[in-house]
Design a protein around this ligand. Structure first.
Ligand SMILES: Nc1ncnc2c1ncn2[C@@H]1O[C@H](COP(=O)(O)OP(=O)(O)OP(=O)(O)O)[C@@H](O)[C@H]1O
Ligand SMILES: [Mg+2]
Length: 339
């Protein structure tokens, strides 16, 4: 048997793993191109250049809102990450790929993930698709094949996918275009209003991680480096956690509203299972402080934040590969007519 790879192509992070290898590659899904043609850097190294590069260097994310927007650059990135995970060694000829694909998108957008790998230089023998929420739940350690309702909410960088699963399939799934990037944008605009301070998205993201919280807590401060709107000069300001909280609470409530809509639409027997087991939350943004308390306060349900939540989907792909119980969960576009 050849090598088997799993990939979860996210808006912010590209995750890839290889069967029989422990480690997961998780790097920024970003590319830096110089003079419109030369590959300068990819992944985390390219992210270092983001918002810092001169005009002849273009640093861009090829995935937008969970779907592939720039196929050419995504092809390049796939090959670079593939070579990196193999330490630039040529790998065996018969390799299989398992790709996690979002559910609440068009058929064309789904197919683009399959074609990305099929048309690439990685030379796949077989390519399988796994619905993202199903992989996510397997990565969370859940047996998705039982006739038991599972609610999984993946809060990523630009999307939040809310799904109810049972018997290995998706009962309902809805994707909303809100995630960690939206929180960062709200932090940027609120800090500008409160402190007359213009900050970049990396600073906003680190403030979110450091002092952001989904419920109001004791006030803390962290330095925010930026430019004063009035003087035009670079300054460092002590940013209050209350200001960050005020900035992110609206988008968090929007996510909450969508979770409630899905709960309302969940058939009662499956809802009973969700009451028993609680809601599972994954995706990088579920790392935000006190998210558990926020969601359980709003829904009166138990909330389980998945371990290493950003990598839960890709872990689940390896679960599909290694556990015979999950046979049938992976499919090819020929097996299934999308609706
Ligand atoms: N400790 C943390 N606190 C808050 N947010 C965090 C933390 N760590 C990571 N994040 C956020 O998680 C997001 C990335 O998560 P993830 O890797 O799941 O996204 P993605 O899969 O690339 O995006 P999508 O699923 O929307 O396509 C970023 O917005 C990042 O700021
Ligand atoms: Mg994701």
């Amino acid at each position: 048997m050849g090598t088997v790879y799993g990939i979860d192509i996210g808006t912010s992070n590209f995750k890839m793993c290889c069967k029989d290898k422990e480690q997961i590659l998780n790097e920024k899904n970003i590319i830096a191109i110089a003079n419109k043609k030369d590959l300068l850097a990819f992944g985390d190294e390219a992210y270092e250049m983001y918002e810092k590069a001169p005009e002849n260097i273009e640093v861009s994310f090829p995935v937008k809102y969970g779907v592939i927007a720039d196929i050419e650059n995504m092809q390049t990135l796939l090959l670079q990450f593939y070579n990196k995970i193999n330490n630039d060694k040529k790998s065996a000829a018969n390799t299989d790929f398992y790709i996690a694909v979002p559910t609440d998108v068009t058929e064309v957008e789904k197919r683009a993930f399959y074609e990305l790998v099929a048309d690439s230089k990685v030379k796949a023998k077989n390519i399988y698709i796994v619905d993202k929420p199903v992989a996510d739940a397997i990565g969370a350690g859940l047996d998705v094949t039982k006739s038991r309702g599972i609610m999984i909410v993946n809060i990523g960088a630009e999307t939040t996918e809310i799904s109810v699963l049972s018997l290995g399939g998706i009962v309902i799934s809805k994707s909303v275009k809100i995630g960690g990037n939206k929180l960062d944008d709200c932090i940027i605009s609120h800090i500008r209003k409160v402190y007359n301070l213009v900050i970049g998205s990396k600073t906003a993201e680190s403030l979110k991680k450091e002092i952001g919280s989904a419920i109001k807590c004791d006030e803390k401060f962290a330095p925010g480096f930026g430019r004063n709107v009035l003087s035009g000069l670079p300054v460092s300001v002590d940013i209050s956690s209350d200001v960050v909280y005020q900035a992110i609470i609206d988008p968090l409530h929007s996510i909450m509203d969508s979770i409630k809509v899905i709960l309302e639409r969940t058939p009662p027997e499956l809802a009973a299972d969700i009451i028993k087991n609680g809601i599972y939350v994954s995706g990088g943004t579920s790392n935000i402080n006190n998210l558990e308390a926020f969601i359980s306060g709003e829904t009166n349900l138990k909330v389980n934040v998945v371990e290493n939540p950003s990598e839960s989907v890709v872990r689940g792909l390896m679960g599909v590969v290694s556990n015979p119980d999950f046979e049938g969960i992976a499919y090819t576009p020929q097996d299934k007519v999308y609706d």
